[in-house]
Design a binder for this molecule. Structure first.
Ligand code: C2E
Ligand code: CA
Ligand code: CA
Length: 742
């Protein structure tokens, strides 16, 4: 045993210090043995010791850093503490043994101790160490007498037994303190994480909750709310579901874990996470233990995030993701704010052109304006979504539908057509709309969406700027279109697509200036078909490419043949589809064909429609066309007047010929448009071709306007290539040019 003697000033008697002094002091501190130190049970053990050993004093003491205090005592002085240097027990805490001093005045260590002196001096001392942990002796339990005594081995054993009792008390205090500390920690954590606990007694059917639960529900536990069970704070829309969950928990022990929205006793909205687990005894549920956590903050953050994820930043409308989510929820008949009715899908027509012509800022303004108009129109009972780009969706509420769908849809088209003013300029926009009406009890939202899309596609295909309501036949049409495209693919593969040729006549010189190659399907059963029967193929990127390529190949073959046969056919025009400009190798392709067929470029004209010039790739298209034009190939702008292009903006492209769309030519009131195009065209140095000229009066009008390039049935319908040489010959001879068409 190590005894470190403390170093004190001259007059003080030195006392030994155990080598684990630090640990000792730590234990005393940790279990607060020095504060409120009197322990009642220890007092009683002291009383017991006094009578057992017939001594005037018994005490349980604690030896602190510089003083001794009492944990319990019976008899003796009144002082509450004694300086450590004078304490006999300094020696007791050095070992586990029972320490006996039969006469202090006979012992060198104590004979000068102030407590040993005089008639009331403490002459006899016997004690056993006290500890909380083994080996860490914090004090002593002992007896004292004013007269010297002997102390038998048996007495030592008895004293030790009593000291052990005292030790048990200390340890009990330790356990209690540890427990209290743990409970404090738990309740602190619970407060910090805002968790409250509750329990349900199956017998009494009563829910009891801890103060934290009251806090979360903002219930004053003092006043209580008799009859108000915790569940009653849950918002109404949820309560039936929660009741079901709770019943399952109580009857079957199905674990409960649900996010709930509550309205607190003070009327605040909060989100909580409710857990419940059943406790069983002999397979019977006796008890439910649960917790309620206030997750309002997390919920707030989560909903902020989802608000961002589900909102379109430009228009503030819910976005496509949210649209699909909402549809799905409707399908599951889950909670949604609106009672779902029908579905509207809306696309702004030619939106890309608006952007390209007026800048993307203009596009944003258009989108915001449309948003405002839709919101104003559909109000709060319906829901408007921006599905991306120029696409919007509206879920019409059944309330609204109960009113008048027709009125609404008509109103919608009118509202959308109102011009939008931008930098003092009016932009006219239109939209294509597909509407699918919901069948009364159908929950198949996928189908509803498909139907609305199909209606929208139909609206676009049938010329845009209109609302089309889904009809079941459309599904059939869609299937038929798919079938038709398959047939066309087969027809292409077996070489059934070959163009016919329609002359373009220069009436000022009465010569043929060229022919336009127009694709025909030489159908084995249905005969020669025009694009009226297979035009859908021009909307299919892959087929449009193939068809135009076939047209080019055939045209060049014919040019080569006719040149060899000295037929004066002028220039052969071939229609290009916009997809050809996207494939990237158009220039090389044309170059290759021209040289393979050994055809001079000026024999070929390419017809492009104005929409090819518009759009995102306008500059790429422009450079492609310039390259082709610089090779010597002529360029004609087809169907002029139907799109958005202004002639001025087209001036930067090389255009040799303008073709006036036949509807202007054939329209009795189209004269002004034709005249305007004529004037502009000639000012820009372009030849103007009038298409669709069917009779002499149209011809006369055009002639009077100065239009000399004429294409139309008046001269000839598109004819098979083998008829061309004959036609050319007869035309030159002013002979009979009728009946050349197939
Ligand atoms: P388009 O390029 O505007 O061709 C002129 C259309 O007007 C042709 O219709 C022609 O037959 C028709 N037409 C000519 N004169 C008259 C007339 O006096 N009265 C009437 N009612 N119609 C007349 P078609 O051959 O049915 O072709 C329709 C459209 O199909 C073409 O319009 C063109 O856009 C497209 N197309 C035809 N062949 C091809 C091709 O090889 N490639 C591409 N990409 N498109 C083609
Ligand atoms: Ca054409
Ligand atoms: Ca045309």
């Amino acid at each position: 045993m190590v005894i470190a003697m403390n170093k004190l000033s001259k007059n003080t008697v030195p006392f030994p210090v155990p080598d684990n002094e630090l640990e000792r002091l730590k234990d005393i501190l940790a279990y607060k043995l020095e504060d409120d130190c009197v322990m009642e049970n220890l007092d009683q053990i002291c009383v017991l010791a006094r009578s057992l050993f017939d001594v005037p004093i018994a005490s349980a003491i604690l030896i602190g850093h510089d003083r001794m205090t009492f944990l319990g005592r019976s008899g003796g002085m009144d002082a509450t503490s004694v300086p450590r240097k004078d304490v006999y027990s300094n020696y007791t805490i050095l070992s586990d043994d029972v320490h006996v001093i039969e006469d202090t005045l006979q012992d060198e260590r104590f004979k000068h101790n102030p407590f040993a002196q005089g008639p009331e001096g403490l002459r006899f001392y016997a004690a056993a160490p006290l500890y909380v942990r083994k080996g860490v002796r914090v004090g002593a339990f002992g007896i004292l007498d004013h007269k010297p005594r002997g102390f038998s081995e048996e007495n030592k054993m008895r004293l030790r037994a009593l000291a052990d009792l005292a030790n048990k008390e200390l340890q009990r205090r330790q356990v209690l303190m540890d427990l209290k500390r743990q409970r404090d920690l738990w309740s602190q954590t619970a407060r910090m994480t805002k968790v409250g606990s509750w329990s349900f007694d199956s017998r009494t059917q009563v829910i009891t909750s801890c103060p934290n639960t009251y806090d979360i529900l903002e219930v004053d536990p003092e006043r209580g709310e008799p009859g108000k069970q915790m569940m009653e704070y849950v918002i109404e829309t949820l309560s039936s579901k929660l009741d079901a969950d709770f019943a399952a928990l109580v009857s079957r022990g199905a674990p409960l874990d649900r996010e709930i929205e509550v309205i607190t006793a003070k009327g605040n909205r909060r989100w909580g996470r409710l857990y419940g687990r059943a406790e069983k005894l002999h397979d019977r549920i006796t008890h439910i233990a649960g917790s309620l956590q206030d997750v309002s903050e997390t919920h707030e953050t989560a909903s902020k995030i989802s608000r961002l994820a589900f909102t379109d930043s430009l228009t503030n409308l819910p976005n496509r993701t949210y649209f699909h989510k909402q549809l799905q929820q409707m399908g599951e008949a889950a909670d949604t704010d609106i009672r779902p009715g029908s579905l509207l899908l809306l696309d702004i027509d030619h939106f890309k052109e608006v952007n390209d012509t007026f800048g993307s800022g203009a596009g944003d303004i258009v989108l915001k304006t449309v948003t405002r108009r839709l919101n104003a129109m559909f109000g709060k009972t319906c829901r408007v979504f921006r599905n991306g780009g120029d696409e919007f969706a509206v879920i019409l509420s059944s309330e609204l539908e109960a009113e008048n769908t027709d009125l609404i849809t008509d109103g919608l088209m009118q509202v959308l057509r109102k011009p939008i003013t931008l930098h003092g300029q009016n932009i006219h926009i239109t939209a294509s709309v597909g509407l699918a009406l919901k069948k009364q009890h159908s929950t198949d939202m996928d189908q509803l969406l498909k139907d609305a899309s199909l209606a929208l596609t139909t609206a676009k295909k049938e010329g845009r700027n209109q609302l089309v309501t889904f009809r079941p036949e459309m599904r059939q049409e869609q299937i038929q279109t798919k079938r038709l495209l398959d047939d066309i693919r087969l027809g292409l593969a077996s070489g059934m697509f070959k163009p016919h040729y329609q002359p373009i006549v220069d009436i000022s010189t009465n010569t043929i200036s060229g022919f336009e190659a127009l694709m025909r399907w030489h159908h084995p059963e249905r005969g020669v078909l025009t694009p009226g029967a297979f035009g859908v193929a021009f909307d299919d990127p892959e087929l449009a490419l193939s068809l135009s390529d076939v047209a080019l190949e055939h045209a060049l073959e014919r040019i080569a043949l006719w040149r060899a046969a000295d037929v004066t056919f002028g220039s052969i025009a071939v229609n290009l589809s916009c997809f050809q400009f996207q494939s990237g190798d158009l220039v090389a392709n044309i170059q290759e064909k021209l040289s393979r067929w050994d055809v001079p470029p000026e024999c070929l004209t390419l017809e492009v429609t104005e929409n090819v010039y518009m759009g995102r790739r306008a500059s790429q298209v422009a450079s492609t066309i310039r390259k082709i034009h610089s090779m010597g190939v002529q360029i004609a702008l087809d169907d002029f007047g139907t799109g958005y292009a202004s002639l001025m903006s087209l001036n930067k492209f090389p255009i040799d010929r303008l073709k006036i769309e036949k509807s202007f030519v054939q329209d009795r009131n189209g004269g002004a448009v034709v005249q305007a195009i004529m004037t502009l065209g000639s000012r820009l140095g372009m030849k103007v071709v009038a298409e669709g000229v069917e009779d002499a009066s149209q011809l006369a009008t055009l002639y009077a306007m100065g239009c000399d390039q004429i294409q139309g049935y008046y001269f000839a319908k598109p004819m098979p290539p083998q008829n061309v040489p004959e036609y050319v010959r007869k035309f030159a001879n002013n002979g009979d040019t009728e009946n050349y068409a197939a």
